[in-house]
Structure formats: structure tokens, C-alpha cells
Design a protein around this ligand. Structure first.
Ligand code: AMP
Ligand code: ZN
Length: 113
């Protein structure tokens, strides 16, 4: 999508520190990390958010979670990590291209704010 920040990162039009890529997903370092590991995993297909995802997106939505798990393995996050999907204003979603936050490398409080 033309004016989508994450579509433009996937296309290489806006720089990002890529950490993982496969046929369906793309992952890069968050610009404002909230933990020692803070990676965003996105589907290459533009989906605005989880609320907009269709049943036909089930595979790619799951693949984003599995990519996050693979990155966590590669980084040795054996003590744990969290994957987060913010949806809509109450969750503080700011970029409307579905993304999974992978947070790890420190103790994470519960419940989240
Ligand atoms: P959310 O609030 O769930 O929509 O998360 C959006 C995330 O994108 C935030 O954690 C931002 O720090 C991150 N972000 C915004 N712009 C960029 C960028 N150009 N490169 C990497 N991460 C970004
Ligand atoms: Zn997009």
C-alpha cells in the first residue's frame, strides 16, 4: 500500500534494520525499543490490523507468531519473551499495518499497561 510505513519498509523504500525475512513475513528492529529485544514482525501482505484480518489471512497471521518464536530462539531468549499485537486506539496502535511486537531480554511485568 502506497502510504503505509511498514509496506514501504518491506519494499526497501524506508530504511530499517532487518532481522528476518521469508516468503510471507518480514521482521525488523523497532525504532524505539522497549526492551533489549524489540522486533516487529509483519506480514508482507498489507493487513491494517487484527480486526481487519480475514479467515484467509489465518496462515500469515500464524506465520508472524512463528517467525517471532524463531527470532527469539536465534537470540537465545530461553527465559521467556512476549509477543504483542496492539489493535485500535485503546491499545495504542499507531501504525496500521498488522505487526507482532517481540519483546524480550528483561523481565516483563503483568498485566501490561
Ligand atoms: P503500535 O503502537 O503497536 O502500532 O507499534 C508501532 C511501532 O512501530 C512502535 O513501537 C514504533 O516504535 C515502531 N516504529 C514506528 N516507526 C518505525 C520505523 N520507521 N522503523 C521501525 N519501527 C518503527
Ligand atoms: Zn502496509
Amino acid at each position: 500500500m502506497l502510504n503505509c510505513l511498514f509496506c514501504r519498509i518491506i519494499a526497501g523504500e524506508i530504511p530499517a534494520n532487518k532481522v528476518y525475512e521469508d516468503a510471507d513475513t518480514f521482521a525488523f528492529e523497532d525504532l524505539h525499543p522497549q526492551a533489549p529485544t524489540h522486533v516487529l514482525v509483519v506480514p508482507k501482505k498489507h493487513i491494517a490490523d487484527l480486526a481487519e484480518a480475514a479467515a484467509t489471512d489465518a496462515n500469515v497471521v500464524g506465520l508472524c507468531q512463528l517467525a517471532a518464536a524463531e527470532i527469539a530462539r536465534q537470540r537465545g531468549l530461553s527465559k521467556g519473551y512476549r509477543t504483542v499485537v496492539n489493535v485500535g486506539p485503546d491499545a495504542g496502535q499507531t501504525v496500521f499495518h498488522l505487526h507482532v511486537h517481540l519483546l524480550g531480554g528483561r523481565s516483563l511485568s503483568w498485566p501490561p499497561g
